[in-house]
Design a protein around this ligand. Sequence first.
Ligand SMILES: Cc1cc2nc3c(=O)[nH]c(=O)nc-3n(C[C@H](O)[C@H](O)[C@H](O)COP(=O)(O)OP(=O)(O)OC[C@H]3O[C@@H](n4cnc5c(N)ncnc54)[C@H](O)[C@@H]3O)c2cc1C
Length: 294
Amino acid sequence: MKLLPSFTLHRPISLNEALKLLSKLEDSKPIAGGTDLLIDLKEGAYKAKHLVDLGLIRELGNIREANGLIHIGSTTTHAQLVASEIIKAKAPVLGEAASLVGGVQIRNRATVGGNLCNASPGADTATPLLVLDAQVTVASLEGSRSMPLSELFAGPKRNSLAPGELLTEISFSVPPACSGASFSKLGRRRGCTLSLINAAAYLETNGATCREARVAFGACAPTPVRIKDVEELLKGKKLDNQSIKEVSSACYGLVQPSTRVHARASEEYRREMSCVFMKRTLMEALDRARRNMQ
Ligand SMILES: Cc1cc2nc3c(=O)[nH]c(=O)nc-3n(C[C@H](O)[C@H](O)[C@H](O)COP(=O)(O)OP(=O)(O)OC[C@H]3O[C@@H](n4cnc5c(N)ncnc54)[C@H](O)[C@@H]3O)c2cc1C
């Protein structure tokens, strides 16, 4: 049986204290819910003598809306996303994805920041946040900076943060009334399952025509990705069952699933499912956009 290697746990109560600890302590790593990190430490994927727990830092745990933007602190748990009235009213697609992460215990512990920083190609909150065009804010002792979420993903289970940097917040614009978004996930079973593939779609409509489209896949490339070619095919198009079916079939040749990166299903199966899931997800997003306009 593999044992968890020993480490010292530090529990700062402010962001500044956490950043100082991470820059001062050799072999240190941030820990949020620990649902990925503790397994990786046990398996020997990472080594860390010091873990800096982010769980007591209040400023990282809020969801708020201000000036047309929704701000989500990085230690917000999936359960908090599901329960949030702001998310339910303004970005239900994110709550839906969070509700499909693991089981109840995992959702109560695991955080959205951990999900993104762990950078699994199939991370379930990554695809809805990509189609919401989210930005992430990163802090270090030198200050803070923002970047598009896509730039956080450097490769399978690799993020682009420099040592000593922390993800502090995820933010995105409140979607307009003429929009709808949807998320769907394929796993080996219906509940408590990791994604063999997941898809998210966001559509803005102008009558029957697509004004803006953003689509993303998880577990179909080395990182969660937006598929810009599909977005271009959708923009300006009259949206109906037939046009969505045609556009979705293009996904087959546009996704890059690799069994070396993600061994849970074959590349061929993922390509086939990318078309099925894109059609399903776009149809639902369109239906929601229409209902939101009524
Ligand atoms: C039984 C089980 C089921 C699961 N099911 C799913 C699922 O259905 N879908 C899914 O997507 N995932 C699933 N996961 C994976 C995991 O629960 C999620 O990825 C979770 O959101 C990770 O969050 P965490 O807070 O536990 O991260 P942690 O394990 O604490 O951290 C993960 C990584 O991110 C780093 N990190 C954490 N927070 C920050 C920060 N603010 N700044 C910089 N670095 C940071 C840590 O150093 C670590 O490298 C499952 C895991 C288990 C054990």
